[in-house]
Design a protein around this ligand. Structure first.
Ligand code: ZN
Ligand code: ZN
Length: 576
């Protein structure tokens, strides 16, 4: 060991000689003010991410995503966060930052934007391209919005109190970033969605050195992606998936059909690369697949020798020259893959000897639908490739070893495990407690709980308005929990509709749907009971509501007694 006697300055172990430290922004705050963090979605769940960060009289928003409905939400298309809290504080909002272009981060924006002032919206190129595509679909004029395209390494200022240093993170869509949020009371690091892929398809690895630098300067709070908080090891690289796709595509003799998430541009790239290598023409089908590939192509995210074809253009080629990329990775019955498997597609159908690759895994809740499609494909004589049996898919989120790397680099005082259900959040917490420098305090955030962060503490401080809205067709929020209960009830027990006409010539009609095979006798009995109540009501000049109740209760009791069932009973009493 040698000491340098000429050096008079103390040498810290981490002193960097080569590179001057980046200037740490000095942001003047207000005495006594705290940072408030509110997750209006995305805490305790995977989906509809939206976070508000406030200091004094200024606030900015991160993301604005949707969630897909659970199997119990019959007829609901999507679920979006309620943002009453933001609307109440709309005068404080100074900016909106979009981390990446996944639906759970941008999918609700066409519903949310119109409710709030037109503040600057920061996002990378692909993210903004996808957002603009959405707004156009909704007929919202782009000129009304103040989009600011940023690089993945940019520093942006929002209002007087926030400076953001963005950093690139690998994920399952290009142009994804996390951020170091400099505030008057300290630094907050938000990982965004991430995995630490050392061999990403575009060669662009995560900006770990930037996180490390922030870690050296001291991080007050870390907000981290806990999706794979239960998964040990390292998430496989996209390049491993590409190698497996190359093997499968290279070995296939007949036509090839591949499905994946439409936004997974790198995965689609891997399929294109392998397909072209083995002399296949690549066709794209399915609404969201067409949309995403078009936008990504326009913005320069694809490398291909040839171009994308339509099904019509390639359907008569020899089988070994055909590769089709389609929607339907979640087994959705209306998507292309399920239609191909059901013989319900107008251009093609699956036949013996086809190869079908599901380069995706089912989102929780979709397992059964995916299983149904896989079974059907096998029955048709196709060769079917899907994970985990084949490595044709990898998660876009960090597993334990990657999470530990981020924890070790950031060494935050406080931690908020976000982007996960509670089981993943708690497992993330346990993992964080096991690293050499565990956080002093870890809160498990819940949607709507206000988190107060000061220079030396983090705590819950009340609850703000929050919740979710169901979008069904064109209706936003007009589907309530009560209506969903009714739908479940109808689905499980069926419905009996009794129409009673109050007039000089009273009339009753009974129809049932989805109810037990009622038989004429039972429905005749119901009609008789309803008629008696109706005639009595007309004679005694009862109000319509009273007549309705006089029909409803006896019929309900009668049906329950005679069938043991409890259908939805709908007496409709009208005056004629
Ligand atoms: Zn994502
Ligand atoms: Zn996400």
């Amino acid at each position: 060991m040698t000491n340098n006697p000429s050096s008079s300055r103390p040498q810290g172990p981490r002193r960097r000689q080569m590179r001057p430290r980046p200037k740490v922004p000095l942001i003047l705050g207000k005495p006594g003010a705290a940072v408030e963090i509110v997750f209006l979605g995305g805490a305790g769940e995977i989906g509809k991410n939206i976070t508000a960060i406030r200091y004094a009289d200024e606030m900015f928003i991160i993301d604005g995503g949707l969630a897909f409905p659970s199997a119990q939400m019959l007829g609901v298309d999507i679920v979006i966060p309620r943002i009453d809290y933001l609307v109440q504080h709309k005068d404080l909002i100074r900016g909106w930052v979009l981390t990446h272009g996944h639906e759970d981060h941008i999918g609700a924006l066409p519903y949310l934007f119109p409710q709030l002032p037109r503040v600057p919206v920061y996002g990378a190129k692909l993210t903004l391209g996808l957002v603009k595509g959405k707004l156009e679909e909704f007929g919202l004029p782009l000129a009304d919005y103040n989009f600011k395209e940023v690089s993945l390494d940019e520093r942006i200022s929002i209002g007087r109190y926030f400076q953001l240093d963005l950093f690139r993170m690998t994920h399952s869509i290009p142009d994804n970033f996390g951020m170091i949020i400099h505030t008057p009371i300290g630094r907050i690091v938000h990982t965004g969605d991430f995995k630490l892929d050392e061999r990403p398809i575009d060669g662009q690895t995560s900006h770990l050195e930037k996180i490390a630098e922030a870690g050296e300067q001291g991080i007050l709070c870390l907000i981290a992606d806990s999706t794979n908080g239960e998964r040990p090891g390292i998430t496989p690289s996209e390049t491993e998936v590409a190698e497996e796709l190359d093997r499968v595509i290279g070995a296939a003799k007949g036509r090839i059909f591949v499905t994946t998430f439409a936004s997974h541009i790198h995965r689609i790239q891997s399929v294109v690369t392998a397909g072209e290598k083995y002399g296949r023409k690549i066709a794209v089908d399915g609404r969201s697949m067409l949309k995403h590939t078009r936008i990504a192509l326009e913005l320069g995210y694809f490398r291909q020798k040839d171009r994308f074809y339509t099904l019509d253009e390639i359907k008569d080629l020899p089988d070994e020259q055909i590769l089709v990329i389609t929607t339907g990775s979640q087994g959705q019955p209306e998507a292309v893959l399920a239609r191909l498997a059901a013989g319900a597609h107008s251009k093609m159908s699956i036949k013996e000897g086809d190869t079908v690759i599901l380069s995706s895994s089912p989102i929780p809740g979709n397992e059964e639908a995916v299983n149904t499609v896989i079974n059907r494909l096998y029955a048709l004589g196709a060769y079917v490739f899907y994970p985990p049996r084949y490595r044709v898919h990898a998660s876009g989120h960090a597993s334990h070893e990657e999470i530990k790397t981020v924890l070790n680099l950031t060494r935050p005082r406080f931690l908020l495990p976000w982007h996960g259900e509670i089981r993943q959040q708690i497992n993330f917490k346990w993992l964080a407690q096991s690293v050499p420098h565990p956080p002093e305090k870890i809160l498990i955030p819940e949607n709507g709980r206000l988190i107060k962060l000061t220079a030396d503490n983090i705590e819950f401080d009340g609850t703000v308005p929050h919740g979710q809205l169901y979008v069904d067709g064109l209706g936003v929020g007009d589907i309530t929990d009560e209506i969903l209960e009714d739908r479940k009830h109808m689905a499980a027990e069926g419905v009996v509709v009794i129409t009673a006409l109050v007039s000089r010539d009273p009339l009753v009609e009974v129809i049932s749907k989805g109810f037990v095979k009622a038989g004429e006798r039972l429905l005749g009995e119901v009609r008789k009971m309803a008629s008696e109540a109706l005639y009595k009501g007309v004679r005694e000049k009862k109000r319509l509501e009273e007549i309705r109740d006089d029909i409803y209760y006896p019929v309900k009791k009668f049906i329950a007694k005679n069938t043991g069932r409890n259908p939805v009973i709908l007496p409709i009493v009208i005056e004629g």
